[in-house]
Design a protein around this ligand. Structure first.
Ligand SMILES: Cc1cc2nc3c(=O)[nH]c(=O)nc-3n(C[C@H](O)[C@H](O)[C@H](O)COP(=O)(O)O)c2cc1C
Length: 187
């Protein structure tokens, strides 16, 4: 299986990166991983021009940044893991912009011609947060459910690591959660 892992934290050595690295290590055996670090890329938010809607067959955003290239790579994988810290009960701005730009992968939303280039791809959210799951992650979970449905993706699960403090404690906190994510994604 080929998996794209999207690191949405501004930190490449933080809690989310630690949890994602553990997942990637598990996948190392027999699977291919294509890592995308949002912080290294230039990806602006959607301008809302809808020019992409004229081309249902390929990623075709008119903005000349890194998004189309990542989306072309995304079309080659079987599964995508969106890994992010929780920022103000939602996604941080960098990965949020990346998610907005998924508009160019979906055409005719809510019409009979509704098409998604991500249809049937497995998708998972890996989230780290300082607080608890309950009463803290409801909004982002709802957003991710809707986001996956919008892309006609096959939502495998949302894997949340609560109570994250410093990255040196992430292994103990995230170990079982990322193991489950790897099993669910590859099963
Ligand atoms: C700007 C900002 C906003 C945050 N908002 C929340 C929040 O709403 N709920 C929460 O539980 N943790 C929140 N946190 C804590 C982070 O989600 C948590 O520490 C996470 O594991 C950081 O991951 P990272 O090391 O990959 O950046 C916030 C942290 C920052 C810096």
């Amino acid at each position: 299986m080929k998996v794209m892992t999207v690191l949405g934290s501004p930190k490449k050595d933080g809690n989310t990166a630690g949890a994602l690295a553990m997942f990637e290590q598990l996948m190392g055996d027999g699977h291919e991983v294509d890592r995308v670090n949002i912080v290294d890329l230039e990806i602006a938010g959607c301008q809302g021009c809808y020019a992409c809607q004229a081309n249902p067959d390929e990623p075709s955003c008119v903005q000349n940044d890194d998004a189309n290239d990542v989306y072309r790579r995304m079309l080659e994988v079987d599964a995508v893991v969106y890994a992010s810290p929780l920022y103000m009960w939602g996604f941080p701005s960098g990965i949020h912009a990346f998610m907005e730009r998924h508009l160019s992968l979906v055409t005719g939303y809510m019409t009979p011609d509704y098409k998604s280039l991500l249809e049937g791809k497995r998708a998972a959210m890996l989230l780290t947060c300082g607080g608890p799951v309950e009463g803290n992650t409801d909004a982002i979970q709802m957003v991710f459910d809707s986001f996956a449905a919008y892309g006609k993706a096959n939502l495998v699960g949302k894997y949340i690591v609560p109570g994250c403090t410093t990255p040196d404690e992430i292994e103990g906190k995230a170990g079982e959660i990322v193991k489950k994510m790897a099993a669910d994604l590859t099963g």
